[in-house]
Design a binder for this molecule. Structure first.
Ligand code: PLP
Length: 445
């Protein structure tokens, strides 16, 4: 299907939309407009086919244009487009929560709905504080995040996040009392490691030092991505997450895994916590929950947290938190249909069977000019390029543009090229992604 599908807006018609996380002036001078999608592909406004190597934005796990999701959403819109979830309920939200609880890591069977990853993170942070307070430990208000972490753009998520460009402008507006673990990217020791790096489990011990500095009695929770996606697929060294879990347990600190990217099959299990056999107390999700079709997020809370908060008179609201669209019926319909597709097609575990092939493919980039590191796990992959002197990010951006011109959409973050194809990807498409990236890297000085 190569026909021109939509009229591209004229240049002056691009002015009004202030684009998020985008170089607006560059984009509006050289727009890259996507107008249709199906399976593994997008089509541009010019009718060019583009292989999607990022699942949209790490979210379209079952591929584009899934008829089952469209039909479920259409049906729900025709039945009841909206109903509140404050002091009222609708069956589909309960059905979805039950369905999610069934695939959740052990004990994480209480589900709070949000509309995005950012909202899931801020919700989880608030639940952590409320939990400690309900148990008489209201002084536990600190959070420990990690350098290079990305937890969305709310004031909470931004504060526990560790990507400097997301923080520096807003440095006066961070949550008080937040500290950060060191990140786990170590190219000197771990470059080109296949899967999880061997070196670096001890980096988790930095948590003990932060606890010694602040005292455990002031700390509510530690939040990390099991694999940091937005910073360029930064992997946890073998044993690292287990160590974090042990230290949190020792000091009665909650452990939050942000699985907004790693959830819903990306790493070969429904959630990374299952793949790594480490169960957090709270888990944040979004993106793949609805296959990206309708905005929705979900926080999975351990039953003990929910139970601790079920206090006070029975007619009293237990947690003063929620969104107009928490458990939106249309989003619930999309999520249920997405889960049905994931289950029927084995997509929650398919990444595991493709992981070795993907690993070999991405590691073929080793030895190309400027390639400092290649990282992979499940169906996540990244190639880190050497920054140009005095112009960090320029080489990465050029490689991203070249890939797009050659018909493959990857994700650029600084000088790292990240990939997370839809979980329906076929072998020849995996190969094409990496071959196109290799060509783009070779052609970029
Ligand atoms: C780990 C993680 N947490 C939170 C978010 C924020 O999600 P959203 O953009 O839906 O607010 C993202 C987005 O990429 C993410 O990767």
């Amino acid at each position: 299907m190569n026909a021109k599908l939509s009229h591209a807006p004229a240049h002056h018609e691009l002015d009004a939309f202030w684009m998020p996380f985008t170089a607006n002036r560059q984009f509006k001078a050289h727009p890259r407009l996507l107008v249709r999608a199906e399976g593994m592909y997008y089509w541009t406004a010019e009718g060019r086919e583009v292989l999607d190597a990022v699942a949209g934005l790490w979210c379209v796990n079952a591929g584009h244009g899934r008829r089952e999701i469209t039909e479920a959403v259409t049906k729900q819109l025709g039945t009841m487009e909206y109903a509140p979830a404050f002091q009222m309920g609708h069956p589909i939200a309960f059905e979805l929560a039950n369905r999610l609880a069934k695939i959740a890591p052990p004990g994480l069977e209480r589900i709070f709905f949000t509309n995005s990853g950012s909202e899931s993170v801020d919700t989880a942070l608030k639940i952590a504080i409320a939990y400690h307070r309900a148990r008489g430990a209201g002084q536990r208000i600190r959070f420990i995040g990690r350098e290079k972490g990305y937890h969305g753009v709310g004031f909470g998520g931004m504060s526990v996040g560790g990507m400097v460009n997301n923080r520096k402008v807003f440095s006066s507006s961070m949550l008080p009392g937040v500290d950060h673990l060191p990140h786990t990217l170590d190219i000197e020791n771990n470059a080109f490691s296949r899967g999880l790096p061997q070196w670096g489990a001890h980096l988790a011990d930095a948590l003990e030092r932060l606890i010694a500095l602040h005292d455990a009695s002031t700390i509510a929770a530690v939040i990390v991505e099991p694999i940091a996606g937005s910073a360029g697929v930064v992997l946890p060294p073998i044993g690292y997450l287990k160590r974090l879990r042990e230290i949190c347990d020792k000091h009665d600190i909650l452990l939050i895994f942000d699985e907004v990217i790693t959830g819903f099959g990306r790493v070969g299990q429904p959630f990374a916590s299952q793949a790594f056999d480490v169960t957090p107390d709270l888990m944040t999700t979004a993106k793949g929950l609805t296959n990206g079709a309708v905005p929705m997020g979900a926080v999975f809370a351990h039953r003990k947290i929910y139970d601790a908060l079920m206090q006070g008179p029975e007619n009293a609201i237990e947690l003063f938190h929620g969104y107009t669209y928490s458990g939106h019926p249309v989003a619930c319909a999309a999520a249920l249909a997405a889960l049905e597709v994931y289950t029927k097609e084995g997509l929650l575990t398919r990444a595991a069977s493709l992981a070795a092939e993907w690993e070999n493919a991405v590691h073929s980039l080793r030895g190309l000019p400027h390639v400092l590191d290649v990282r992979n796990y499940g169906l996540l992959g990244a190639a880190e390029l050497e920054p140009r002197a005095g112009n960090p990010g320029a080489r990465g951006f050029e490689v991203f543009l070249k890939c797009f011109e050659q018909g493959v959409m990857v994700r650029q973050t600084g000088d790292t090229i990240a990939m997370s194809p839809p979980l329906i990807v076929e072998s020849k498409q995996l190969a094409r992604i990496v071959e196109t990236l290799a060509t783009a890297i070779r052609e970029t000085a």
